[in-house]
Design a protein around this ligand. Sequence first.
Ligand SMILES: O=C1O[C@H](COP(=O)(O)O)[C@@H](O)[C@H](O)[C@H]1O
Length: 227
Amino acid sequence: MSQAQVHKFINQQACNEALTQELASCIMQAFTTQAKVSVILPGGSTPGGLLQLLSQEDMRWSDLQVSPTDERWVAADSEYSNSKMLAQALPQAQLLDPRLADSAEASSVAWAAVMQKHLPVAATLLGMGGDGHIASLFPGMPGLATALQLCEEPSALVGLAPDEPEVRLSLNLSMLCATQWLGLLVFGEEKWQMLERVLAHDPTTQALPIYQLLWHAPQPIHIYWAP
Ligand SMILES: O=C1O[C@H](COP(=O)(O)O)[C@@H](O)[C@H](O)[C@H]1O
């Protein structure tokens, strides 16, 4: 049974405001027992407004470590880099940059080792593409079945997107679910229709990464949506 909890808002601003408070609360709660706190946040275009609001929250920023859910294998200063986007949006936090070696393969191995030391993180927020991908786990890509297995060790891998930039680094589903709070931020009617089909067990969605997340994550997943 899906443990999805849907939070729908009339517009993106209201959604971002509510989600900012939820994330800030998770982070503050974690700081009551930990000296350093880690969170995992999505890349892409959706989280821009959220990150702007989050950056204005009063918290122990220098002790907060932030990793992207995934990275595009592009130059560090590329407009397509998720790490660059997070570093610019949350300059007060410590970025856990996945680009740790000269090759994508070696970086994925090194990033997995780094992230394993941060588990469980206080909060993991994901985005979703219109094709049902999450992080850089794309429908039909090589290695997808293993990357979606929750019995696998929390890890990272090289992903393959259908469009440029094709080469990606991604956390696997087991790592993405190793968190005290799990969320999904999605905007737009088209993506909502995709979520409805997934939540209704539409058989055409069952091979999608988003289906695996919504139906097999071991804890409740909070879906934040606005048109
Ligand atoms: O390629 C990616 O896509 C998803 C969704 O991106 P969006 O632009 O539709 O918000 C994103 O969550 C992921 O981090 C990113 O690398």
